[in-house]
Design a protein. Structure first.
Length: 475
């Protein structure tokens, strides 16, 4: 029984968190008249809800687009894409992968090396140990150029170049996927901060409304119009509102810190968040078309497809190691300083073709080819697994968005009925036909309905942002 009462009390405290009202004129009302029903700031402004701590602080310059410290969701997305380090890292990795492609492609191009050598030695002396090169030393000086060009290797180098090119495309797709991750994170942080600021405004208004009610009930108690029980209930409601205010302030600070982190800021900046979404957009009627769209344009799936193709080309390249390679070699140079009795002319040159045939390497190439083939199969299975997950996630996100959209209309009707019930309960209390328990219960029900309706609208917009992310909408 004690646990049940405690749960009911906790529920009442939680519900009172959303008491959304502003009654600046409440102090001037007659002692026998209670404040009017609170109205949620979100519902008044059609979506723009801000609180005192959401305003730009004096002397602090905004670090994002917007005027006078205001920040819209679109501006938050753009700022996150420009300043979040994860985006910079993904772009730098894509640029680095392009250089890897150029490194691999260099094997297809001619190789040209120059050299110059001068030697002063005991004329015609011989090297007696340490090397198997030409053993006779001659005083000379010369310079020359060496040339080499791969002619044919059964497509191994071509496959390596193709694999590197596909890896570059995969890294570019990963960079785009990172951008979409940041856009979704910015949307989530923005809506969380916007909702926290709205709840802080609710808490401030609730404290004002409960203070006015407590004062008026106190006056009626002094005039013997109400009992001390009414005064006790009013005092409890006021204390709960003050606790709510402290929790809301902490929540605003936490959500704004999370938003600053997503925006790529290294210092705290308080913004006046402006919801520029307008009317709630409608939900696409058929998730099947969204699934097909997601499979076509999800960048993370494109990245895995490129990785799979790259692994297949690399597997063929590893297999081609076991085949012969043919290359052309050439050299030409001049020897202006030379012993006349050993050199007939002052230049040299030659050209030839080299055939390299691998015979036995301890099964190295066979093992490398098998390893690459297995990794290619693994990449194929990873791609298939992600495709199945995309189908699941798109359907799940669409169902969640549909449920959130239905909640908007249901909570709007609930709020209308709760407002009507609160008006009737207030009138009955003023006429002495009911006690303060009935009034408090009606107020809590109205508060719960207001918060539910506000949360439903935010959740629907956030679910649409998640659905856009799941289908791979380009930021």
């Amino acid at each position: 029984m004690r646990r049940t009462c405690s749960n009911l009390l906790s529920f009442a405290v939680a519900v009172s968190i959303g008491a959304t009202a502003t009654l600046a004129h409440a102090q001037s009302n007659p002692a026998g008249r209670l404040p009017d029903a609170p109205v949620a700031a979100f519902l008044q402004t059609g979506g723009a809800a801000t609180g005192p701590t959401g305003m730009q602080q004096p002397g602090t310059a905004p670090s994002a687009p917007g005027e006078n410290g205001k920040l819209t969701r679109r501006e938050a997305e753009q700022m996150a894409l420009e300043h979040n380090p994860r985006v910079s890292v993904s772009k730098l990795l894509a640029m680095a992968q392009h250089q890897v492609y150029r490194e691999t492609r260099s094997a297809e191009l001619p190789q040209l090396n120059g050299s110059a050598t001068a030697l002063d030695a005991q004329e015609a002396s011989r090297i007696s140990s340490g090397a198997l090169t030409s053993s006779r030393l001659l005083v000379h000086a010369g310079a020359g150029v060496e040339f080499s060009q791969l002619l044919f290797d059964f497509g191994r180098t071509r496959n390596l170049v193709g694999s590197s090119k596909l890896q570059e495309r995969a890294q570019n797709a990963n960079a785009l996927a990172t951008q979409e991750d940041i856009v979704l994170a910015a949307d989530q942080a923005f809506y969380n901060a916007l909702q926290a600021q709205a709840l802080l405004e609710v808490a401030n208004q609730t404290v004002n409304q409960r203070t006015a009610t407590d004062t008026q009930v106190g006056e009626m108690t002094k005039n013997n119009l109400k009992s001390t029980l009414d005064q006790s209930f009013a005092d409890v409601d006021l204390s709960q509102a003050k606790l709510l205010q402290l929790d809301a302030q902490n929540n605003v600070a936490a959500t704004m810190a999370a938003l600053d982190d997503v925006l790529g800021l290294d210092h705290e900046v308080q913004y006046q968040l402006v919801d520029d979404a307008g009317d709630l957009p409608s939900l696409p009627p058929d998730p099947k078309a969204l699934v097909q769209l997601a499979i076509q344009q999800r960048p993370d799936l494109q990245s895995l497809n490129y990785n799979q193709q790259s692994a297949m080309k690399f597997s063929r390249a590893q297999h081609d190691q076991m085949l012969p390679t043919i290359s052309a070699l050439g050299t030409v140079g001049i020897t202006p300083v030379r012993p006349d009795n050993y050199y007939n002319d002052n230049w040299w040159g030659g050209i030839g073709v080299n055939l390299n045939v691998p015979i036995f390497d301890g099964f190295l190439y066979v093992s490398q080819a098998k390893e690459a083939a297995l990794r290619a199969q693994s990449a194929s299975e990873q791609t298939r697994n992600l495709r199945n997950m995309i189908v699941r996630d798109v359907n799940t996100s669409w169902i969640a968005a549909k449920n959130a959209y239905q909640k908007v209309s249901v909570t709007a009707q609930l709020l209308k009925e709760a407002n009507m019930a609160f008006g009737l309960a207030k009138t009955r209390y003023q006429l002495g036909l009911s006690n303060i328990v009935e009034l408090t219960q009606a107020q809590l029900q109205q508060t719960s309905a207001q918060i539910s309706n506000t949360n439903a609208q935010y959740q629907y917009r956030l679910s649409l942002a998640t659905l856009n992310y799941e289908i791979g909408a380009t930021p």
